[in-house]
Ligand binder design. Structure first.
Ligand code: VG1
Ligand code: CO
Length: 546
């Protein structure tokens, strides 16, 4: 094969390379250890078959260590006989743009470098995720195989070659492998154009629709500028924090009410634009806030689904909906009314891939600010924002009016997630173990005046490939449909993060306008009592509420 300059380097395994909810995420310092990245990349190749001579896509969210990692990956890929690598210019590809590129090129797969919404910089986080040929995150059986390989690896292969100039567009070579540096934005923009009515959105901006998009100094800046300002005519300056920075300006590129507080404040102020939106470090999440109205991600998913046929790409209707288990049941009511199936999957986008590939679902989403459709196999932040823009342009109503009308029709799912971040890992696991033990005894009990209808440890059976995934979150479901869900995060890099998801359904329009905090107060205190959170975590209150 074309790897004449390849050398084999002896190495020893690292014990901590198990991919989590979305790839391997660790502190930058961990990735900088000698051979740490090399081992993981070689383990990916060792677990795959058929990539010799094939095309792979590589890119990342531009965070610190992105460039170094790409140079190493190029040399390891060349040594392993990859035929061609397509890289986003300067090594930048948003997670959805990488997915679009893999699909557009019918590539073998891709390596995406990101730790998403986690902070960046020399002391921040880094991550590596392998995407398969459908453009989606590798399924569990692949990530399990990669992890198994990392436990046994004894050597990796690498070519000695000069670094590639990844800032210059065009073709070059590493050893015998072809490398194409491509425009990161063009291909993605073309895909969006097939889904939404750009003329209609352009008209809305021309008629004075106002919009602020916060790229949070992360990967979506160049995409957002090209789409919203240059293509669709949003006022220059509508996209803020548009330059991707390796440390995201020292902030968490997490579009939620804590880390994008300034956007929330703007949306609630007298100077509020019609729509405020944001995305995360790697561009797959979205935040939607109308003037005076924050839209919970679970509601946003339901509203997009209910209005889907407005957008040209979905005019024919949707085949089905999918949501992760902790996501609220708002989408279920839309599915019911549309007469289409609703699939409930474990947390993480990798579980949607099979359903999308099989044509069983068209739109899917997660409570963690992720939504997407069968146009890709990743969640897609800018897609969600464009979808909202298209709906707003067509309906000519405010975000607030659309949300309220949705609740009147379908009922409101009050919803909140409480995160207890970076608690001691032992305590967090003990909490989950203890609650899991008690689940069978909870059914039929009255807690805080509410009867427990079911309490279980969520497991998922994939209807397409027949695989089973166990222990995907503990659910306490009450007779009135309220729910408390507990699970441990699979994306953190320090200690453990306990996520508690709290939900209550309110069908009565007269009672749909309470503050979420008040509407959920009883369930929130129950959530702490049931799991004895303070006893196990030494935390009386969560660190982040979204
Ligand atoms: C979190 C979210 C999950 C999401 C995942 C990756 O995982 O809860 O819904 O799919 O992040 O999103 P966890 O295991 O920490 O709860 V991203 O934008 O970080 O790639
Ligand atoms: Co992300």
């Amino acid at each position: 094969m074309g790897n004449s300059q390849a050398t084999t380097i002896a190495t020893t395994p690292f014990a901590d390379q198990r991919p989590g909810t979305s790839g391997l995420r660790k502190k930058v310092e961990v990735f900088q250890q000698r051979h740490y990245l090399e081992n993981f990349i070689q383990s990916i190749f060792d677990s795959l078959e058929g990539y010799q001579g094939a095309t792979l896509v590589v890119g990342g969210d531009g965070r610190y260590y992105n460039r170094e990692a790409i140079q190493k990956i190029l040399k390891i890929a060349a040594a392993n006989g990859v035929g061609r690598i397509v890289i986003g210019q300067s090594g930048i590809l948003s997670t959805p743009a990488a997915s679009a590129l893999i699909r557009g090129l019918t590539a073998f797969g891709g390596i995406v470098l990101s730790a998403s919404h986690n902070p960046g910089g020399p002391h921040g986080d880094f991550g590596v995720k392998y995407d398969v040929a459908n453009g989606g995150p590798a399924p569990e059986k692949v990530t399990d195989a990669i992890y198994a390989r990392t436990r046994e690896i004894t050597s990796f292969r690498i070519v000695e070659a000069p670094d590639v100039d990844i800032d210059r567009l065009g073709e070059t070579r590493v050893g015998d492998m072809r490398v194409d540096v491509v425009d990161s934005v063009g291909n993605y923009k073309a895909l969006m154009q097939t889904l939404f009515d750009f003329d209609r959105i352009r008209d809305a901006f021309r008629s004075g629709f106002t919009f602020t998009f916060d790229a949070m100094s992360a990967v979506t800046g160049p995409y957002a500028r090209a789409l919203f300002e240059e293509e669709l005519g949003a006022r220059p300056g509508s996209v803020i924090n548009a330059t991707p920075l390796p440390d995201f300006g020292g902030h968490h590129p997490d579009p939620n009410l804590v880390h994008a507080r300034h956007l929330y404040d703007l949306a609630m102020s007298d100077a509020a634009p019609d729509l405020c939106a944001a995305s995360d470090g790697d561009g797959d999440r979205n935040l939607i806030i109308g003037r005076g109205r924050f839209v919970t991600p679970s509601d946003s998913l339901a509203i997009l689904a209910a209005n889907a046929t407005i957008a040209p790409g979905y005019r024919k209707g949707i085949a089905g909906l999918a949501r992760s288990m902790p996501t609220s049941g708002a989408a279920d009511r839309v599915a019911e009314r549309l007469g289409v199936p609703l699939y409930e999957t474990p947390t993480g986008w990798k579980y949607f891939g099979n359903l999308l590939d099989a044509g069983l679902v068209t739109i899917c989403g997660e409570e963690s600010a992720g939504a997407g459709s069968d146009h890709l196999r990743e969640k897609d932040g800018l897609w969600a924002v464009l979808f909202w823009l298209d709906i707003l342009a067509a309906r000519k109503e405010s975000v607030d009016a659309i949300v309220r009308q949705h609740w009147t029709t379908y009922g409101r799912n009050y919803y909140s997630r409480h995160d207890y971040e970076e608690v001691a890992s032992d305590g967090a696991h003990a909490l989950i173990d203890a609650l899991r033990q008690r689940l069978p005894t909870l059914k039929g009990q009255y807690l805080g005046g509410l009867e427990v209808a079911t309490a279980d440890d969520f497991a998922y059976h994939d209807p397409v490939d027949g695989s089973d995934s166990q222990h995907q979150g503990l659910r306490v479901i009450f007779a009135d449909g309220s729910r408390i869900v507990y699970r441990l995060s699979g994306t953190g890099t320090a200690g453990a993060t306990l996520r508690v998801y709290i939900e209550r359904y309110e069908p009565d329009p007269a009672r749909q306008h309470m503050a979420t905090e008040a509407a959920l107060a009883n369930l929130v205190s129950l959530s702490r009592e049931i799991a004895a959170i303070e006893r196990y975590t030494q935390r009386a209150a969560p660190s982040v509420i979204t």
